[in-house]
Design a protein around this ligand. Structure first.
Ligand code: BJW
Length: 228
């Protein structure tokens, strides 16, 4: 059985929407998930944003309000405890701040951060207001091109070099609550395994990915059970 013991000194954890599901934030691809209710081409691509920025802002404003009203769960808290050990890298595809609010250190938000705004024109970043609108000017260049600081399809995920370095050095790779359908994150288990790491999946439903061990169940039970 894989545990985060001394033999697993360098650990990379990749989390997905399943980590925050029990905090009341929707997943994407489960029945009734976000992609059953919204067209991803319209709300999660640069082309969709160019066509209808107000619709995209509505989608993210609603999710920001949900995030603010939600609280970290036992799985976020367990990963926060883990993040205080040396050699641990927490990478998340989630754009919520629940890991940080649980006290996690150094979280790598590869798909961005719902709490931040980005200017599509000049690349400036700042704290997002509760409600963003297409008319709001960038505080740096004045362009009316502000967007949530999140990574859409066709865009380069953030901090890839750092993630690839951590994967190459990992003794253990753990995937928590992600369907493993979106690249490049979907390829991390295979990369870590090719570099010599053991791989473990903690998920409600197995993703069918490249794992030495798979444990099924809700994140709030599996993650504390593995960490502590
Ligand atoms: C529980 C649970 C509980 C539930 N407890 N578990 C072919 C055509 C076109 C494009 C491509 C192509 N092949 C590859 C691509 C590229 C594309 C891609 O992967 N497309 C695929 C869909 C095919 N990727 C990109 O475009 C990315 N960029 C890119 O590749 O750049 C080039 C590059 C290459 C190589 C290196 C570097 C760069 C960008 C992807 C951006 C994704 N953006 C989104 C939306 C923005 C953020 C947001 O709005 O939140 O990110 S899409 C959406 O999916 C979101 C998520 O982060 C991401 C992953 O979803 P996740 O987290 O896995 O959620 P679900 O819902 O899928 O799964 C939930 C899981 O939880 C399930 O397994 C449940 O069982 C589980 N669960 N309850 C435990 N209680």
């Amino acid at each position: 059985m894989i545990r985060p013991a001394a033999s697993s000194a360098r650990i990379v954890v990749l989390s997905g929407a399943g980590l925050s599901a029990e905090s009341g934030l929707g997943t994407f691809r489960d029945a009734g998930g976000l992609w059953a209710r919204y067209d991803l081409e319209e709300v999660a691509t640069p082309q969709g944003f160019a066509r209808d920025p107000a619709l995209v802002h509505d989608f993210y404003n609603a999710r920001r309000a949900n995030m603010t009203a939600s609280a970290p769960n036992a799985a976020h808290e367990a990963l926060a405890r883990l993040s205080r050990r040396d050699g641990v890298t927490l990478v998340t595809q989630n754009i919520d701040d629940l890991l940080e609010r649980a006290g996690a250190r150094g979280v790598v938000h590869m798909h961005g951060d719902l709490s931040r705004a980005l200017c599509h024109a000049c690349g400036a970043r700042w704290d997002a207001p509760a409600v963003m609108s297409p008319e709001a000017p960038c505080p740096d260049c004045g362009a009316a091109a502000t967007r949530p600081d999140v990574v859409w399809f066709g865009e380069m995920p953030y901090r890839m070099e750092e993630i690839e370095t951590a994967l190459a050095a990992a003794d253990l790779f753990v995937s928590v609550g992600t369907s493993g359908t979106v690249y490049p994150a979907a390829g991390f288990a295979a990369l870590a395994r090719a570099a010599g790491a053991r791989t473990l999946e903690l998920n409600l439903d197995p993703s069918g990915g490249d794992f030495d061990e798979v444990r099924t169940g809700p994140a709030t039970q599996l993650v504390p059970g593995w960490v502590d």
